[in-house]
Design a protein around this ligand. Structure first.
Ligand SMILES: [Zn+2]
Length: 120
């Protein structure tokens, strides 16, 4: 590690407290580490930054106690999504729900399009 990278008061990094990789203070986590805990920094500003590979790589550090739970889809949202998918799988011509999304262009399933093409 370079002593330059150990800068807890940020005096060498424009006021951003800076720590070398693996020397982050406890209570801070990167966005990726928060995601592993099903958390997100939300609107909180980064509290510090980590640097590694001679400063080539950086990651912001956030206060874990200010992180917010990641919003999971609610049952209502999942139901709405399921309905939307069902609409996309349902043929407008014969009303059959297919295991695939029907053609957006014709809003019809493949057998209907084939039949329609044959008579057109
Ligand atoms: Zn059809």
């Amino acid at each position: 590690m370079r002593a330059w990278d150990y800068d807890p008061d940020g005096s060498r990094h424009g006021g951003m407290p800076t720590y070398p990789y693996r020397m982050a203070p406890t209570g801070l986590a990167t966005r990726r580490q928060l995601a592993a805990l099903k958390l997100t920094p939300g609107t909180s500003e980064p509290a510090a930054q980590l640097v590694w590979r001679r400063g080539e790589r950086k990651a912001y550090l956030f206060h874990i106690d200010r992180a917010k739970p990641k919003r999971e889809a609610t049952p209502a949202q999942l139901a709405a999504l399921g309905r939307a998918m069902k609409v996309r799988r349902t043929c407008d011509m014969c009303g059959t729900e297919q295991p695939y999304c029907v053609s957006r262009k014709y809003e019809a399933c493949n057998p209907c399009i084939d039949t329609w093409m044959a008579v057109a």
